[in-house]
Structures are given as C-alpha cells and as structure tokens.
Design a protein around this ligand. Structure first.
Ligand code: AQP
Length: 368
C-alpha cells in the first residue's frame, strides 16, 4: 500500500508559498488518493528549534499550524495529522541513523548549505554574515572556524532527522519541491545502507525506501524583495500574505508590493520578478482563467500595475476567504477539540512508528 508523508515547521502561520507549494498539494493528494493510501502530515516542531525560538511563541505556532492544516481542508478522518515531538520514535530513529550517516555526504548537500547560511543570518547576523561573505561559492559553510562555532549540531544533522521522519512510517511517496529532492536522495541512501547492514535475508524489508513525488514547481516570491522566496521567518511581515490575513490586510500588503517601473503587464520571472510573481498568484488562484501564467499576462497586458495589484488582492482574498473563516472558528472555538485532534493524530502515528522501531531495535540487537 502507498504511504504518503510530508511535514511543515510551526515557525509561523502558513503563507501563500506554504499554501500553494505544499498545503494545497496535500489536500489534493488527500482528495485524489485511493482509500487504501495512508497519508501522514506532521507539524515538525523538532526541526523548528534548529533556529532560535521563543518557547511561548512556539507553543502558539504549533497550535496555529494544527488549526491551519485543518482549515485548508485536511481531514483527520482521512489523514494522520500530528506533532513530530509527540512521537518519541523520531528522535530514537534519528540517533540510530546518525550512527551510519556520513558527515561528508551531509556537508555536500546544497539545500542544507543554503539553510545553514539562512539560519545563521537569522540568529547571528553581523559577524557571521561577514564570514559567509568571505566564503568561496562552492565551499562548505563549515570550513570557516566562526561558522563551526555558530552552527549547532542539530542544524548540521537535520537531514538525518528528516530521514527518520520519513522512514518511520514505511513511507512510499514524499511530495517535495525540487529543492528538497537531494534530501530525499539522502533518506533513500540511508535506508538502503541500513537495510544492507542489518536486514536478514528472508525478512520483510527493514526500512522502506521512499520515492520522490515531485510537486510542480510553485515558488512564491517575497512581496518586498521578489527575487527571494516568500518565507515565514522573513523579518518583514509585509513580505508575505498569511492564509489568515483579512481582506484589508491582503489589499494593503499588495498595494505595497515591490514591482517595477515598466508600463503594463508582461511575464518574465528574470526581468520582471515582482510583476511575474503577481501574475503567478492570480493564475494559481484562478487556474481556469488561462492556460498558463504567460497567457494570463498577455490577457492583462494593458492593465496598470495598480490594477494588477488590485486584481491579485481580489483573487487571493476570494481563495482564502473560506480558509480564514475555518481558521477563526477553530482558534476561537472549543480548544478541547483541537487538543483531542492532536492527541488522536499522535496516537495513530505512534502505532506505525513503534512497529517500525520494533523491527529496527530487533535488527540492531536491541530487541527485548
Ligand atoms: N515561497 C515558497 N514557495 C513555494 N513553496 C514554499 N514552501 C515554503 N516557502 C515556499 C514550502 O512549504 C513547505 C513547508 O515549509 P517548512 O515550514 O518546512 O519550511 P520552509 O520551506 O523553510 O518554509 P518557510 O516558510 O520559509 O519557513 P522558515 O522561514 O521557517 O524556514 C515546504 O514544502 C516548502 O517547499
């Protein structure tokens, strides 16, 4: 049977990038997969603490993320929605896998490098930024002594935790964007290596080797610097639209969105990143309107940029209205219900995780 697993960090309320790049895709998978498919969606809070987190804020965001996942249309009757930290087996399998994960392999992964540098810039800005600038393009961020002190072990090894997340559930398919494909390859290699080391010949496979389910690229860019991706942890709130933003907020953030001084609308992500990002957003919220963002841009070529922003705000608000109201109800309604949902998800996830861990413990000589 198919098992689909994916996760999102509780580092803020999801924005349009998270929604179009991941959450909307998850809902689609839920609605289109066969009833035998097991779907797991995790709020990966252990990953969130690889960046500095305020504990009170993290507690709020964990809850907000659960409400968001339900509000976008994930159905707890159909999928298992749970917080990573409430299933202890993630940390256990991570340790075991880290004993066979190569440091060299880890440091060569490009997405990992980008995240390390990203996190460093959030946590230790000025001096570390300096050391990043002194770093040759293709060097490992760890070559610099200052970075070695700044990069914490958890951040260094997060792809191993990601592998544990996936492998615990006998996952067959992981929906990811192109940028995460390398990490999935790492998880596959860890699973193959582990099976090779420990699986006895006639037993069922110890760890299932997952496949990538490449999501169509939908990179939503920041509204305030459109060559960067929209991100939860960007210090500027007006750089992103949250799935819970009010109609007024959506309009005002779009009015302030950075575009360019070229007249009219055209689509060119390289030359007109701001305008193209807005065209993409309109297209993704109204895919029936045109066959492609290019075609949509051609249809709107005579619009002023002010009118383009107005149209984007209108379409986005229309697409988020229902989600926003669901979210509001969940966050202001009976909190017992949210807690029960979280506990129920964790229980169901743990059952699968524990069965995997029994196999793993037995295989490595730590069974009862
Ligand atoms: N701008 C984006 N466009 C398209 N997809 C995006 N995703 C994130 N930003 C965009 C997708 O959202 C999913 C969940 O991401 P995550 O929370 O695990 O971490 P992230 O990718 O690092 O997202 P953020 O919002 O930038 O969070 P922070 O600031 O905490 O790092 C992933 O599937 C991701 O591809």
């Amino acid at each position: 049977d198919e098992v689909i697993f994916s996760g999102i960090q509780p580092t803020g309320v999801p924005h349009l990038g998270n929604y179009l790049g991941a959450l909307r895709q998850w809902v689609k998978l839920q609605n289109e997969s066969s009833p035998d498919t097991i779907l797991l969606f995790s709020i990966v809070d252990l990953h969130a603490i690889t960046a500095k987190q305020d504990p009170k804020q993290l507690a709020i965001w964990r809850k907000a993320m659960l409400a968001s996942l339900l509000a976008v249309g994930l159905d707890p009757k159909r999928c298992i929605i749970f917080a990573q930290s409430s299933v202890k087996q993630h940390a256990e399998l991570m340790w075991i896998l880290s004993c066979s994960a190569s440091m060299g392999y880890l440091s060569r992964m490009t997405q990992w490098k980008a995240r390390i540098i990203d996190r460093m810039m959030q946590n230790w800005s000025a001096d570390i930024l300096q050391s990043k600038l002194a770093l040759p393009e293709n060097a490992s961020p760890l070559q610099h002594t200052a970075n070695k002190d700044a990069v914490k072990l958890g951040l260094f090894s997060y792809p191993v935790l990601q592998a544990a997340d996936i492998l615990l559930y006998n996952t067959t398919h992981v929906p990811v964007g192109e940028d995460q494909a390398q990490h999935l390859e790492f998880s596959r290699d860890l699973a193959i290596g582990f099976n090779h080391l420990y699986a006895s010949e006639n037993s069922t496979p110890l760890l299932v080797v997952p496949q990538t389910l490449l999501s169509p690229a939908k990179r939503v860019m920041s509204l305030s610097s459109p060559t960067k991706k929209m991100s939860k942890s960007d210090p500027s709130p007006k750089s992103r639209i949250l799935i819970t933003d009010s109609n007024e907020t959506i309009h005002s953030k779009l009015r302030m969105a950075i575009t360019d001084s070229i007249e009219g609308v055209s689509y060119d992500r390289g030359k007109r990143p701001g305008v193209s990002n807005l065209v993409d957003l309109i297209y993704h919220f109204d895919e029936s309107a045109a066959a492609s963002p290019e075609e949509l841009a051609a249809d709107m070529k005579d619009l002023s940029l002010k009118a383009l922003k107005e149209r984007a705000a209108y379409k986005i608000n229309l697409g988020l209205r229902e989600i926003r109201s669901q979210y509001g109800e969940l966050m202001s309604g009976d909190q017992k219900q949210l807690i029960e949902r979280a506990e129920d998800g964790a229980k169901r996830a743990e059952e699968i995780a524990e069965a995997t861990m029994k196999r793993v413990r037995n295989a490595i000589g730590m069974g009862l």
